[in-house]
Design a protein around this ligand. Structure first.
Ligand SMILES: Nc1nc2c(c(=O)[nH]1)N[C@H]1C(S)=C(S)[C@@H](COP(=O)(O)OP(=O)(O)OC[C@H]3O[C@@H](n4cnc5c(N)ncnc54)[C@H](O)[C@@H]3O)O[C@H]1N2
Ligand code: MOO
Length: 392
């Protein structure tokens, strides 16, 4: 049995980056950039009014000011603002030459139709200056960045419409087990509903990959082999759940070998996720994950994401916060790296969630993240600082 760190190293050593493709900006949600994005202009492109008001000279704000024009956003100022003059200006419009501040409408009174007086003795400049946010030719985004709602405005601003991104990894998902039935079926007393496939479909899709679901396969080699062969053909990564431990019907590792996968590890010193199989055949990969839903959730989180991030060339895919435990945490055994779901309370402290083990699906319902308990550590005392890995 190898450690989590050793297993992760094996995954990293085997990563193959996928090719790129060009897509349009509107289709780029969740895609991973494979090129630098430069700004083709300064932002703002001109000195821009931040407020609706009058553009004038700061030294004149105590005087009556003559209105010489009105400047709308999108139109060039026509006049230069001179001594005791001002131009009416709208938010987003270009500051006229001669002016160095904008006094806002609310703080001004009209003396006559074209004369105003500022009612205060101080003002901010109320100007967004050329290039203060972005300089022309500045790099805005680098390869390996995931495009989300945070990145899209900068991309749109850069003027780049066609983007070079990683192709989406295709992930084949197969549930195994004679006892598994689809969620729309009422299980009999020895059956169990298929939760893993749907969990994995969401995990895969949310990670920016394409899930292809192949249904439930019975614990019979003659059923397993054709489906995994087909799924291997059609995908970059294959994920199976169930059938990987020591039981008489745990046929997955051998079946994977029969269709050409070399198994790179089969057991990891972690809980959950001990019987985790990772295999490769040239540019095709496979994870055989434990059937227990929380095991499969965590194995996807810690292993499959690492491989998929590598295929996607994605730089960063999770956040970690270092927070204090709100209460003591004790576990029964310490020979495996432990992972448990936790909540972050109102004081920003870690509260372990009630968790009965890797079959306890609904323990994830209220989870904000996962903490790890190192091998050999049986107890963590209240107040200990621990890294929380995000699953939000
Ligand atoms: N003698 C040993 N027995 C077991 C060991 C071991 O080392 N020696 N490891 C245990 C650990 S740890 C785990 S985890 C499980 C993993 O077992 P398998 O991957 O072989 O999975 P199954 O036995 O097929 O299923 C386990 C459990 O999960 C349920 N399941 C399976 N598929 C689904 C699905 N798609 N949706 C929902 N639930 C599913 C299944 O019915 C079982 O209850 O092995 C231990 N045993
Ligand atoms: O390793 Mo298992 O995945 O403890 O439940």
């Amino acid at each position: 049995m190898i450690t989590y760190e050793e297993a992760l190293k094996i995954i990293k050593q085997n990563i193959i980056e996928l090719e790129t493709e060009e897509i349009e900006l509107t289709n780029s949600l969740n895609r991973v950039l494979r090129e630098d994005i430069f700004s083709d202009m300064n932002m703002p492109p001109f000195n821009k009014s931040a407020m609706d008001g009058f553009a004038c000279r700061r030294e004149d704000i105590g005087n009556e000011l003559e209105i010489i024009e009105s400047i709308q956003a999108g139109y060039k100022p026509q006049k230069i603002v001179g001594k005791n003059q001002c131009s009416k200006i709208m938010t987003g419009a270009e500051i006229p030459q001669g002016a160095n501040c904008v006094i806002i409408f609310e703080d001004v009174e009209y003396i006559s139709e074209n004369k105003i007086k500022y009612l205060k003795d101080k003002t901010s400049n109320n100007i967004c200056y050329t290039g203060e946010d972005v300089k022309k030719d500045e790099i805005l985004l680098t390869p390996g960045t995931r495009i989300t709602e945070k990145e899209i405005s900068s991309l749109a601003m850069s003027g780049k419409w066609n983007l070079l991104v990683s192709k989406k990894p295709k992930v084949g998902i197969i549930s195994t087990g004679d006892e598994i039935v689809e969620p729309f079926i009422k299980p009999n007393s020895s059956q169990i509903r298929n939760t893993n496939a749907y969990q994995l479909i969401f995990q895969v899709e949310k990670f920016g990959c394409i899930p292809n679901y192949y249904g439930i396969v019975k614990d019979k080699e003659e059923e397993i082999l054709p489906i995994i062969s087909k799924a291997k053909e059609e995908n970059d990564l294959l994920i199976l759940t169930g059938g990987v431990s020591m039981g008489e019907f745990d046929l997955i590792p051998n079946s994977l070998k029969k269709i050409g996968f070399k198994l790179l590890f089969e057991k990891v010193q972690q809980q959950p996720g001990k019987p985790t199989v990772f295999g490769r055949d040239e540019n095709k990969f496979v994870f055989g994950m434990p059937g227990n839903p929380v095991s499969s959730f965590f194995v996807f989180e810690f292993f499959a994401k690492e491989l998929l991030a590598g295929m996607l060339s994605l730089k960063k895919y999770y956040n970690e916060l270092n927070l204090e435990l709100a209460e003591d945490y004790k576990r029964k055994r310490s020979e495996r790296l432990g992972r448990i779901p936790i909540k972050i309370n109102e004081d920003g402290m870690i509260v372990p969630i009630e968790y009965h083990g890797s079959a306890h699906i609904n323990s994830l319902l209220n989870a904000d993240g996962i903490i790890s308990i190192p091998i050999g550590v049986i107890e963590l005392k209240k107040g200990t600082k621990v890294n929380v890995r995000s699953i939000w």
